[in-house]
Design a protein around this ligand. Structure first.
Ligand code: 1GP
Length: 234
């Protein structure tokens, strides 16, 4: 079996189709040396704004993946597709419900070779994604560990995403969880807005994702690429 495109990705920028980014800023992001770009957002993502962002990113060589959180915004032409499944919610629609609905419509057209599930663990109760999915973010270490075992050992998900979106997370916990994984790749996202935080995250997780900083402090965001490049897993 061929290795997935993301199996060597250490640094990613996440761009939100519902937020505006100037051509200059997009140019800097795409030429930054990042391993890839994930397109995705928690609200306001449509087919049209996703197509528009993809067409702008496609002027560059950087690999580009789509996180499909709404079937309406499933746009062809990306290098890879991630299908999020929220693990720590009691609302089944966010675990498999919406995904099954989408598969009923589009199952026959999905490029399976380029599609991977992501087991999301929402860890910031204040984030839009956690609120929308009604995630139970108040988890003990043992509970986080149990979710990780569920995702990695029982469900064999290829990616587990510790999502702190908007806040810098508990990196020692992230590192500890990464060491538990046998097959899954650990994605970490949340609050990375300096090279120092990027380095810490890259020492803990296989892949680090920088989102908000692109829009709030671009210069610092760009510096996270080099910081991750120099970091080694602890
Ligand atoms: C969001 O995990 C990403 O889905 C990145 O988080 O926006 O806090 O960088 P930030």
């Amino acid at each position: 079996m061929q290795a997935e495109i993301y199996s060597t990705w250490r640094h990613l920028f996440k761009l939100d189709p519902d937020r505006s980014l100037t051509d200059e800023a997009l140019d800097a992001v795409c030429l930054s040396g990042t391993d890839g770009i994930i397109v995705g957002g928690s609200s306001g993502v449509t087919y049209d704004n996703t197509v528009e962002l993809l067409s702008r990113i496609r002027r560059y060589e950087v690999p580009c993946a789509l996180e499909v959180s709404d079937e309406e915004a499933a746009v062809p032409g990306f290098d890879h597709y991630f299908i999020p499944m929220v693990l720590n919610t009691s609302r089944v629609e966010w675990v498999i419900g919406r995904q099954v609905q989408a598969l009923r419509k589009f199952g026959a057209f999905i490029p399976w070779q380029e599609t991977s599930a992501q087991g999301y663990l929402m860890l910031n109760g204040e984030s839009t994604a956690a609120k929308v999915s009604e995630a139970d973010t108040e988890l003990s270490v043992e509970e986080v560990e149990a979710y990780l075992y569920m995702a990695d050992r029982l469900m064999h998900l290829p990616v587990v995403y510790m999502e702190y979106s908007g806040m810098f997370g508990d990196l020692p916990l992230v590192a500890r969880m990464r060491r538990r994984l046998q097959g899954a790749r650990l994605f970490y996202g949340g609050g990375i807005d300096t090279p120092g935080k990027a380095r810490q995250a890259a020492e803990a997780a296989h892949t680090v994702i920088v989102g908000n900083a692109v829009y709030e402090s671009l210069e610092q965001a760009l510096q996270t690429v080099g910081a991750v490049r120099c970091a080694e897993l602890l």
